[in-house]
Design a binder for this molecule. Structure first.
Ligand code: COA
Length: 160
């Protein structure tokens, strides 16, 4: 069974991430969303909460599941017997970071390919940190994230 891993911090999961996931689900027999526990970022949501927020959006995607992982992504991919890692490329600005990460991962584990997909261009300016910033300042983020994520953000940043 060809398994692909879709890793990320997902703090929080956005409609752009969902778009990438829907595309990946068409390409692979099985896709496992992998929420990174170790992150250089300081996530707002706990790994458990991020997993829960993603899981609620997997209806209609029977070949997708979600879990969290600790440590090196390639170790996790190897353990899961994944053949590929999928990442979204929103714009040219994503390229350098993604290119370096893909090459480093290939160096660490040559058997796992990194595959890039382009989300719909309407998501090219969506990012988790912008969404959090807007929510924190009381703005409406419902266009950018699934309903349960918008609700979780409202709870995390109650109106003053
Ligand atoms: N739609 C919307 N936003 C998207 C997106 C899409 N399709 N694709 C990426 N993004 C945005 C995110 O919103 C996020 O924005 P932010 O930085 O403003 O918050 C950013 O791009 C990337 O976040 P995310 O997609 O959650 O992934 P990430 O870059 O945080 O993930 C890991 C990085 C977890 C894959 C990487 O750190 C890792 O592999 N860690 C494990 C340790 C390891 O193996 N390290 C060695 C790597 S060589």
């Amino acid at each position: 069974m060809k398994l692909c891993i879709y890793p990320g911090t997902f703090d929080p999961f956005t409609n752009g991430h969902l778009d990438v996931l829907q595309r990946a689900a068409k390409l692979f027999k099985h896709v496992r969303v992998a929420v990174a526990i170790d992150s250089t970022k300081k996530p707002l949501f706990s790994p458990e909460k991020r997993v829960e927020l993603i899981r609620a959006n997997l209806r209609g995607l029977p070949n997708v599941d979600v879990t969290s992982f600790d440590g090196l992504l390639v170790e996790f991919a190897r353990k899961e017997k994944a053949v590929a890692i999928i990442r979204g490329l929103r714009a040219l600005s994503d390229f350098e970071f993604e290119f370096n990460m893909a090459l480093m991962n290939r160096h660490l584990e040559p058997k796992v390919e990194t595959i890039f997909v382009m989300p719909n261009e309407s998501y090219s300016y969506t990012s988790s940190s912008l969404v959090k910033q807007i929510a924190k300042l009381g703005g409406d983020v419902r266009k950018f994230v699934p309903a349960n994520v918008a609700q979780a953000l409202r709870k995390a940043y109650p109106k003053k």
